[in-house]
Design a protein around this ligand. Structure first.
Ligand code: G6P
Length: 516
């Protein structure tokens, strides 16, 4: 991404997508000569004990783990994360087979004190930073920055970031080759600054940081106390390459530095920031899904079994589907209000359409999340009482995490609703079109990162507007087959072209091009 002086965006030509799994040439060259260090709050594996009391590893789900652990085939790699369970703490460090070909990755857990982790994760990262970055604070009432938040900052967020930085520095120093450090997400904003402070020029390393969630405008960051805001910006400006999901997020970051870090020099056109004798390149690398792995899962007997069950239950009617973690940022309640509006405005859909929601409980320790789950249940109850009959239940929810079941549901939708208030990317919007069998229509919020790529095939809605969302549902449900097919084909093409391999490849190629 580059940014013009009038702040309009000029997108660089996308990096070439590898033709096959041998990856692009410069990937391998970079990785051959580097030791790779990945850091994220959640690790690529978790541990349990089997009946004999032996520790057993379980690979975590998601494309990020697939993509980054796949690098272990090409590089000497170590992944640093926080221990989430007693068993993780007991494991501490060692090689874990993760790659598809059985290649192994060193996994190292850090174990903050319980109270420090509580402040780091449950007070600062979620909700304070998460809500801020998804523009979700209702500032008349919240947040109130009180002593608890300051304690959680000093003894939680700052200290856990220091632990990460120390563990990463140890690996950098011990590495036989220059290190390439790939830090992930909003939990670790301070770590790059701490690493640079500790190592100065004692070792050769490149710091790459990827922010998975939206980066809002400078005004939103103005809500944080300046000490926190400054620490976050200084931390990120210690990275060599800073990646965001969209060009707009990158531009917002540069603007935030321009407004709140007066000593920094910024260049929008080049996507570059200079601060304290160090320069940071800012780019967008839209994350995606592992298309090949998803295709394999979609063809599995387990998915086929769920597919048959769901078809039997919902196959006779048109199906609107949503799949989300129960997060307020997903705008689930307004999605149901829009469905209510649809049934009100277009009564011909009553009895003929069902809304199926697959909801995965998330962060239930955070009060706002609990309240939101109650609101979701409330609105579903109202709709089912208002319109339901003995042979038609308008809304059905299935709560719990079951990925094969979710994939089977994605095969069946006529309409997939993604109406988030803000979303870094939203991978459901990319998974759906890949596995769907029905030329289903994607309704996509204009405030998702996915919009940057998927707009040509989707129906785009403003997430606060339930009338527009209801009309988009009607348009999708009554769309002629030829248009549905054309849109579905376009979406598939766009997603296949830029999958998770391309995401990783673009980052490594940028490092090579910039000589970092
Ligand atoms: C969402 C975000 C990710 C983030 C994750 C953390 O999925 O898009 O960027 O890393 O939440 O989830 P957790 O369950 O670890 O709080």
């Amino acid at each position: 991404m580059t940014l013009d002086t009038d702040h309009s965006l000029i997108l660089d030509a996308p990096a070439a997508v590898p033709e096959d799994t041998a990856l692009c040439q410069s990937w391998q060259e970079i990785l051959l000569n580097r030791t790779l260090i990945i850091a994220s709050n959640r690790g690529p594996v978790s541990f349990t004990r089997d009946e004999a009391g032996e520790l057993q590893s379980h690979r975590s789900g998601g494309g990020l783990v697939t993509a980054l652990s796949g690098l272990a085939e090409y590089a000497d790699a170590c992944w640093i994360a926080t221990a989430q369970t007693e068993e993780d703490r007991a494991w501490r460090e060692g090689m874990v087979p993760l790659g598809e070909s059985g290649s192994a990755l060193r996994v190292k857990f850090i174990s903050p004190e319980a109270k420090a982790y509580e402040g780091f994760y449950h007070v600062i990262a979620n909700p304070l930073l998460w809500f801020l970055q998804h523009s979700m604070w209702d500032i008349v009432r919240a947040p109130t920055i009180n002593r608890k938040i300051w304690e959680s900052w000093d003894n939680g967020y700052v200290s856990v970031n220091r632990l990460f930085a120390e563990a990463i520095c140890e690996q950098i120093i011990a590495a036989p080759q220059p290190a390439l450090v790939m830090l992930q997400d909003y939990h670790l904003y301070l770590a790059p600054g701490f690493i640079r402070e500790k190592l100065r020029s004692r070792a050769k390393y490149t710091l790459m940081f990827f922010v998975h969630i939206p980066w809002p405008g400078a005004e939103d960051w103005g809500l944080l106390p300046s000490k926190m805001r400054r620490a976050i910006l200084e931390g990120l400006c210690a990275a060599d390459l800073l990646g965001f999901q969209t060009a707009e997020d990158g531009m917002n970051f540069i603007r935030t530095c321009e407004s709140h870090l007066p000593e920094a020099r910024v260049n929008f056109k080049r996507g570059r920031i200079w601060y304290r004798n160090h320069s940071t390149h800012v780019r967008d690398f839209p994350i995606s899904i592992d298309v090949a792995a998803l295709d394999r899962l979609a063809a599995s007997p387990e998915v086929a079994e769920f597919h048959d069950q769901l078809t039997e239950r919902y196959g006779r009617q048109q199906l609107i589907l949503r799949i989300d973690r129960t997060e307020p940022s997903k705008n689930i309640v307004r999605g149901f209000h829009a469905f209510d509006e649809l049934l009100e405005l277009h009564p011909e859909h009553r009895g003929n359409v069902r809304f199926l929601a697959l909801l995965v409980p998330s962060r239930i320790e955070v009060e706002e999340y609990q309240k939101y789950l109650d609101e979701i249940m409330g609105v579903i109850g109202q709709i089912n009482v208002k319109y339901g009959s003995s042979d038609w239940e308008p809304v059905r929810i299935l709560v719990g995490e079951d990925y094969p079941r979710a994939v089977a549901a994605l095969q069946l939708y006529d309409v997939l609703l993604v109406n988030s208030l803000a979303d870094g990317m939203n991978l459901v919007a990319k998974e759906g079109p890949i596995v769907n069998h029905c030329n289903g229509v994607l309704i996509l919020s204009e405030r998702t990162g996915a919009r940057q790529q998927l707009e040509p095939g989707a129906l785009i809605i403003p997430p606060l507007d339930i009338y527009a969302t209801a009309e988009a549902m009607h348009q999708a449900l009554t769309m002629p087959l030829a248009e549905r097919r054309e849109r579905a084909d376009r979406l598939r093409w766009l997603i296949e072209r830029d999958d998770i391999v391309a995401w990783l490849c673009q980052q490594l190629e940028t490092i090579a091009q910039l000589n970092l």
